[in-house]
Design a protein around this ligand. Structure first.
Ligand code: FES
Length: 371
């Protein structure tokens, strides 16, 4: 039996009254997680008031301490909008995908009415994980005892529940998570703050602050179809990947010599906004073509805390650094390409191969591949 770890608190009440289901509402989202003393000391060891020019690397424990990661998950990832996927994953009714952030298992789906929904991916009976992977489903049937939910979260069927008194199916729908889209991205938030609006403008302001207009104007929109996804497990804290992305080209002359030869590194600039950092650098060539990953047409945007959007020529790729534990993360790369360059008859494998060939041709080897 698969018991969803994210449901530990949610399921504890249910288990205590087994075999009856619990009507208790899940409380893990609202409950504050006490910060262990060692993590408190690690936080206190860093002074955010230090001017950028005088800043130093945070204490090493920020990158290794499991308590500190728990603190981050509670204070960073479970507050505010988080990128969790892209719209092509839930383009059609019955599409769904699952994910995990810290201890929260979630499922995003589009119901038969076309509504986008998100739920804790946890059965309301005994907290089994409900769905896995991604694909299409007309309903979610629990693999443990068969309770069945609609893609709108409603409990459709509770098996062999006839003898249970005072049981009301309406009390046992899936627990919703707030979900929205901005441009091509699917966002979720696991707290209860901010507005109830899920339209693009409001979400953009909350997620991207004053950078939302800049990103919209630079081609980060829904016009690029998704091409493929690659995932890598990396043996480092999630912030190491982000730090590397954010070092303003500091490592490029040494770690990426070939790339550096095509850059005017003195032109490297970083624009910072409330929650977004945008990097730009001119290329050596005066003449650029539409495939260039460099130059004024290229935008490399980091969205706090862990999402990176790279827009260049007809391409866009995104990197999502998901913490797995204190010293491991999963980085999800998604690739998007102008539809005029897509050849529908080509097989996926050939297409992915083409992507790789184009990458190499245009010096588009991702940083992580060189590690
Ligand atoms: S855990 Fe029993 S039906 Fe899901």
């Amino acid at each position: 039996m698969a018991i969803a770890q994210s449901a530990a608190a949610l399921s504890s009440a249910a288990r205590a009254s087994s075999p009856k289901p619990s009507r208790a509402a899940p409380s893990r989202i609202a409950a504050a997680v006490a910060t262990p003393e060692p993590a408190r000391r690690l936080v206190a060891a860093f002074d955010p008031a230090i001017p950028l020019a005088s800043a130093v690397t945070p204490p090493s424990g920020w990158y290794t301490d499991p308590d500190f990661l728990r603190h981050e998950l509670d204070r960073v990832f479970l507050h505010g909008w988080q990128a969790v996927g892209h719209i092509w994953q839930v383009k059609n009714p019955s599409d769904y995908f699952t994910g995990r952030l810290g201890n929260v298992e979630f499922v995003i789906c589009r119901d038969v009415n076309g509504e986008l929904n998100a739920f804790h991916n946890v059965c309301r009976h005994h907290a089994s994980l409900l769905a896995c992977g991604s694909g299409q489903k007309t309903c979610f049937q629990c693999p443990y005892h068969g309770w069945t939910y609609g893609l709108d979260g409603v409990l459709l069927k509770a098996t062999r529940i006839a003898g249970i008194k005072n049981f009301n199916k309406n009390d046992f729908g899936l627990i919703p998570i707030k979900v929205a889209t901005w441009g091509p991205f699917v966002l979720a938030r696991f707290d209860h703050g901010f507005s109830q609006e899920t339209v693009d403008d409001a979400v953009g302001d909350e997620w991207l602050g004053s950078a939302s207009g800049l990103l919209s104007r630079n081609g980060i929109d829904t016009s690029l179809p998704h091409v493929c996804r690659r995932e890598y497990i990396i043996k480092c804290n999630w912030k190491v990947f982000c730090d590397n992305y954010l070092d303003g080209g500091y490592h490029v002359p040494y770690a990426h010599g070939a790339l550096a030869s095509g850059l005017q590194l003195q032109s490297y600039e970083t624009l910072t906004y409330e929650r977004v950092s945008v990097q730009r650098c001119e290329s050596v060539q005066e003449e650029q073509n539409d495939f260039d990953r460099l130059g004024t047409k290229a935008t490399y945007a980091f969205v706090y805390p862990n999402f990176m959007i790279n827009r260049y020529g007809p391409w866009m790729d995104t990197n999502l650094a998901v913490p797995l534990d204190a010293t491991r993360c999963k980085v999800i790369f998604d690739y998007f390409l102008d539809k005029s360059l897509l050849v529908e008859s080509i097989s996926i494998s050939h297409f992915v191969l083409s992507v790789h060939i184009m990458w190499r041709t245009y010096n588009l080897v991702a940083i992580i591949w060189e590690w």
